[in-house]
Design a protein around this ligand. Sequence first.
Ligand code: PD2
Ligand code: ZN
Length: 277
Amino acid sequence: MSEQAITPELRQWLVQQAESGHSGDAILSAMKASGWDEVVANRALEQVMVERLAEIQLAMSKVPEVASNGASRMWVHDKHVNVLVQIRHPRVVVLGDFLSLAECEELRALARPRMERSQTVVHATGDSEVNDVRTSQGMFFQRGENELCQRIEARIAALVNWPVENGEGIQVLRYAPGAEYKPHFDYFDPGQPGTAAVLKRGGQRVGTVVMYLNTPDGGGATTFPDAGVDVHAVAGQAVFFAYGIPHPDTRTLHGGAPVKQGEKWVATKWLRERAFE
Ligand code: PD2
Ligand code: ZN
């Protein structure tokens, strides 16, 4: 066989194989075993990998980003914010005074009557379920639901230079003592069948802002196990992290460590590739 079309299914399979760590030789052997001519298989794999690299480069060049230019303090939309820590890989920025203490308190008060047991996305189907991975309580505001959400959303958009429309509604979480959010990625796993449905609304998640609404008495840090970094929860502070591609190489695996004493309250903002309507 001298020619074989690269169907979307084949392309997806090749990318998935390569991105889950299979070597070029292993992929070519599998192709040959299913009837591909060696030269044609080589050419197809090379073409798909070159296209994928271009796709990744484009995605990486268009991520939400904090442009602090080395400054320790930035004016962001309506407020001064402190830049406390910047890590390059994973791309993580820790911010001080991102929310005022009055904003933290107001957000907690608005969220409190609407809190329910948190759910996680079931990647196989795209649905949500109650799960031991995440033992917090939570609620979602609609984007722009009230003046406070609008103000915080505009501040986040200015901070990371990303349109307000690309953000999901702010989620507020409350962790009781012992509650946690086990390490996970915030992007949707491209290898899971339920992901295609979730991506129809706004595309992939490309960045996260976790804002701390109180200071727990013990525990509750946001952890990045692959980087060995723990960001401690302090009222008004926030941690931003970006992932231009939905891949563990971004090192954005992160979790909410168990709360040891007191409660932990956070607000999370997830940013999508496109408008989230
Ligand atoms: O509450 C946290 O620290 C935390 C950790 C990991 C929140 C999230 N992920 C999240 O909301 O995605
Ligand atoms: Zn998360």
